[in-house]
Design a protein around this ligand. Structure first.
Ligand code: UDP
Length: 322
């Protein structure tokens, strides 16, 4: 039986994707260099007979040479730091994995005639001047700033995908993923949902950056993973960039208030400096995903937060939360 490769398998999205693929009866090889991924994300499936884990860095072509011996049918390339906190501390690694790493795995896909899905990002739109963002909007991205190592590396990763699609006919798909959350996001991840829930549960100040009027649209991880698997399967998604996200938009301050209320927290909401180049708005136009994949998210932020908060409570407070 042929295998599916998932790079970034120990990361937040990767581990959820691996679990879904295994549930569907697939044989999965997960790759991760564990720079931000955690083996604990895979603990329930680590010894599953349909799963194999390789700790290596896909940016180094020699380290993935053994995969050329395998019968590979699909490659999901998720490996990358994705939280601003992590990618800004590892800019060169972030650039490498999204460019050289993408190139290495695309060569493998070409050799194996495997389908290939690259997880790009809503950050490809930068600080958007068009709202909501559809795939044909070309973005407002800054090469000279702290987010560039991620935004521009993902954009170049898309270019490499384009060339393999146009020149060599590799069945390439690019998912531009908008903010995604659930249990499994590291609580030291630095991102807004994980920060606010951790702060609220611990009774620490909830740190809103800027005045909190900037917006994001949050997709629950199950909806996201369903879309990635559909994208891989749909022939019509070949050679396409598709936004994957939840189009319901919230200001960061609204998110702080919702989380404070849902956790019944005594925490204070405090205001901190807004990071440089922080996008002011973000909301996907998902009409292309609806048309090509027949997909739309079904989990509301309220529902998703209920699950997520419960999970963080049992992690952070243990038995006290029950
Ligand atoms: N943010 C915040 N407080 C935090 C963490 C993040 O106000 O403790 C803001 C951040 O400035 C941004 C939004 O929440 O406007 C989303 O940030 P995140 O790092 O989760 O992801 P981004 O969408 O910026 O990549």
């Amino acid at each position: 039986m042929s295998i599916i490769i998932v790079s970034g398998a120990a990361g937040f999205l990767g581990s959820h994707l691996v679990r879904s693929l295994i549930d569907q009866g697939e044989l999965v090889v997960g790759i991760d260099n564990l720079s931000s991924g955690l083996i604990s994300n895979l603990s329930d499936i680590f010894t599953h007979p349909n799963f194999r884990f390789i700790q290596t860095d896909v940016s180094d072509n020699d380290s993935i040479k053994t995969l050329y011996q395998e019968d590979v049918k699909e490659i999901y390339h998720l490996a990358s730091q994705a939280s601003p906190k992590f990618y800004q501390s590892n800019p060169f690694e972030t650039i490498q994995v999204n460019t050289q790493g993408t190139y290495n795995l695309l060569n493998l896909a070409l050799n194996k005639k495997a389908k290939f899905l690259f997880t790009s990002t809503s950050e490809a739109y930068g600080d958007p001047e068009v709202h909501p963002q559809s795939e044909d909007y070309r973005g407002n991205v800054n090469t000279w700033g702290p987010r560039a190592c991620y935004d521009e590396a993902k954009r170049l990763g898309e270019v490499i995908c384009y060339e393999f699609y146009e020149r060599y006919g590799v069945k390439v798909k690019v998912a531009r993923i908008f903010n995604t959350y659930s249990a499994g996001l590291r609580n030291d991840d630095g991102r807004v949902i994980s920060n606010f829930i951790t702060q609220a549960i611990k009774g620490n100040d909830i740190t809103v950056y800027g005045d909190g009027s900037q917006t994001r649209s949050f997709c629950y991880v199950d909806d996201n993973i369903r879309a990635l698997i559909l994208m891989m399967k749909h022939e019509e998604a070949n050679g396409e960039i598709i936004n994957i996200g939840n189009p319901t938009e919230y200001s960061v301050l609204e998110v702080a208030r919702i989380i404070k209320e849902k956790t019944e927290s005594e925490s204070k909401i405090v205001y901190c400096p807004l990071p440089k180049d922080d996008p002011k708005v973000r909301k996907p136009d998902i009409s292309k995903a609806q048309r090509i994949l027949g997909w739309a998210p079904v989990v509301t932020l309220e529902e998703g937060l209920t699950h997520t908060i419960k999970n963080y409570q049992s992690l952070l407070l243990g038995a006290h939360s029950k």
